[in-house]
Structures are given as structure tokens and as C-alpha cells.
Design a protein around this ligand. Structure first.
Ligand code: C2E
Ligand code: MG
Ligand code: MG
Ligand code: MG
Length: 277
């Protein structure tokens, strides 16, 4: 009877797999259509605050897919599909264009965008960035590119070349989700970057002394190398105070502001400037 049970398990497993595959193909098809018709792809912006001031000084562009029947689908769900299908390049272009138009509209702000390793591995990528900036007469220093630690530690000559080109043009480079990879410290050593963003998982655990020690060590290392530090995923007033005390430069998280659509960002900034005027 074990045999029968086994067979049954395979049947269930098989139909589950088939269902997953069908869903996956459907999402892939819908994503392609969404990119072609463009309206379903939106770019939200999360404000980043200086530890010194009250006002947002920077914005992180975060892509959103508003699916016609499923509603908003998280980028953690559709970015991997975009990477597997090559659609990531198209998404990157949409986000880049939107970010550049925000930079034009808000001359006091800097903006960061998230780059996939696949984009950085493409020789067209750095040229595309430089062209988008030049078309609007934007200073390259106002754009920052975030790459995750796992991308940064990979060994790819074209990726290194893209970063060198962008950095020598003045574009800033940040390591995102710092602390979640492996050879992070050595890679940051080898590789010139401007900023590290401490991963939310460390911020979540700040009430623990070992996590506080880890964050303090990251900040000390970053400062010794002249790097800026952003803490991501700040959700409480306690975390905010601890991070300020540890010498973190920039802070980002739901406690300060959620990612907002462009209109929301503009009214937030208007509110801020009238509060400080
Ligand atoms: P990330 O770049 O590390 O972005 C931070 C993520 O944490 C965002 O999720 C943001 O909404 C969320 N977050 C910020 N503050 C808090 C907080 O206080 N609490 C919690 N629970 N979450 C917070 P989101 O927008 O869902 O993006 C997830 C990831 O998807 C991003 O992580 C990034 O890796 C990727 N992603 C987003 N937009 C793009 C894009 O345009 N291109 C590429 N290649 N990847 C993107
Ligand atoms: Mg990021
Ligand atoms: Mg991150
Ligand atoms: Mg992340």
C-alpha cells in the first residue's frame, strides 16, 4: 500500500507542479503585456532622511506592478521573472526614465535606483544611464545605483566595467541589503563604492546586543573607508534613536515614510518646506 500511497503523492505533486507552472507562464505573459502597454508599471519613491535633519534628502525608486485582476504584485515576486525572461532591461528603462523626470522636477533631491546584476552585466547599461542624465542636463552625482551584495560579490568583468564607467562619470554606487551576503567586507575593500545600506534584518534585531555590535562594526568599517551608511527598514522610534546614536548617516523605513506614488512625494515635500519656512 506504500506503493499506492507513493503513486498518489506523485499525482498530487505532479498536479501541484503543473498548476505552479501554469501560473508562472501566465504571470510571464501578463508581465510582457504590462511592459508593452506601460500603464501597469508604476514607480513609487521612498523618502530617505538625514540623521541630522527633519527633511527627506533623497528618494529610492521602487517599481510596482499593478496587475489588472491581481492588484499590486510585489517586485520580489516579479523581478525574478523579469530576470529570467530578459524583461528586466525594459523595466530598468522605465524606472530610469521616471527617476530622471523626478530629478528634473525636484532639484533639491537625489534619487537611487535598484539595478539587477543582469543590467550591470550589459555593456549598454552605463551608456543608457549617462544618456538619460545628459538628455535632461542632470548632474550624475544626483543619481545613485543600488546593487545587492550578492551581485557585488560575483565575479564579472563587464559588471566591474559598468561600475567603473558610472563611478568615474560621477554616478554614486551603493551596496544594498548589506550584511546578508558572504565575502562582503573583502568585496567592499576591493571595489570602490560610495555607500552601504545596512539590511533590514539587522535593524529588526537592534534590541539585541549582538546585532547592535554588528551594526556598530559595519558603521565603523564604513566610516574608516569614507563610505556613507543608510539603515533600511526603520520601523520604530527606538530603532531610529539607536541608529542615530551609532552614527548612521541616513535612515529609511516605514517609521519615517512608506514608499509613495509621485504625487504623494510632491505633497510630502511641499508640507516639509512649508513647515521649515
Ligand atoms: P530593496 O531595494 O532593499 O528595497 C527595500 C524594500 O523594503 C522595499 O520593498 C521597501 O518598500 C521595503 N521597506 C522599506 N522600509 C521598510 C520598513 O520599514 N519595513 C518593511 N517591512 N519594509 C520596508 P519593495 O518595494 O517591495 O521592493 C523589494 C525589492 O525589490 C527591493 O529591495 C529591490 O531589491 C527590488 N526592487 C524594487 N524595485 C526595483 C527595480 O526598479 N529594479 C530592480 N532590479 N529591483 C527592484
Ligand atoms: Mg534598494
Ligand atoms: Mg535593501
Ligand atoms: Mg532588498
Amino acid at each position: 500500500h506504500a506503493k499506492a500511497a507513493g503513486k498518489n503523492t506523485y499525482a498530487i505533486f505532479g498536479s501541484h507542479m503543473a498548476e505552479l507552472l501554469r501560473k508562472r507562464r501566465e504571470l510571464e505573459h501578463d508581465l510582457r503585456a504590462a511592459i508593452e502597454q506601460r500603464e501597469q508599471i508604476e514607480v513609487f519613491y521612498q523618502p530617505v532622511y538625514s540623521a541630522l535633519g527633519e527633511a527627506a534628502c533623497s528618494l529610492e525608486a521602487l517599481v510596482r506592478w499593478k496587475h489588472p485582476t491581481c492588484g499590486y504584485i510585489s517586485p520580489t515576486e516579479f523581478i525574478p521573472i523579469a530576470e529570467e525572461t530578459g524583461l528586466i532591461h525594459e523595466i530598468g528603462i522605465i524606472v530610469l526614465e521616471d527617476a530622471c523626470s523626478v530629478l528634473s522636477e525636484l532639484p533639491q533631491m537625489t534619487v537611487s535606483i535598484n539595478a539587477s546584476g543582469l543590467e550591470l552585466q550589459s555593456p549598454a547599461y552605463s551608456l543608457r544611464i549617462m544618456t538619460a542624465l545628459a538628455n535632461r542636463g542632470l548632474s550624475p552625482e544626483r543619481l545613485e545605483i543600488e546593487l545587492t551584495e550578492s551581485v557585488a560579490i560575483g565575479d564579472n568583468r563587464q559588471l566591474d566595467r559598468s561600475i567603473t564607467i558610472l563611478r568615474s562619470a560621477g554616478v554614486k554606487i551603493a551596496i544594498d541589503d548589506f550584511g546578508t551576503g558572504y565575502s562582503s567586507f573583502s568585496r567592499v575593500q576591493k571595489f570602490a563604492v560610495d555607500r552601504i545600506k545596512i539590511d533590514k534584518s539587522f535593524i529588526d534585531d537592534l534590541h539585541r546586543s549582538d546585532s547592535r555590535a554588528m551594526v556598530a562594526a559595519i558603521i565603523t568599517m564604513a566610516q574608516a573607508k569614507g563610505l556613507k551608511i543608510t539603515a533600511e527598514g526603520v520601523e520604530t522610534a527606538e530603532q531610529l534613536e539607536l541608529l542615530k546614536g551609532l552614527g548612521c548617516d541616513h535612515l529609511q523605513g516605514f517609521h519615517l515614510s512608506r514608499p509613495l506614488a509621485r504625487a504623494g512625494i510632491i505633497s510630502l515635500l511641499q508640507l516639509q518646506s512649508s513647515a521649515t519656512a
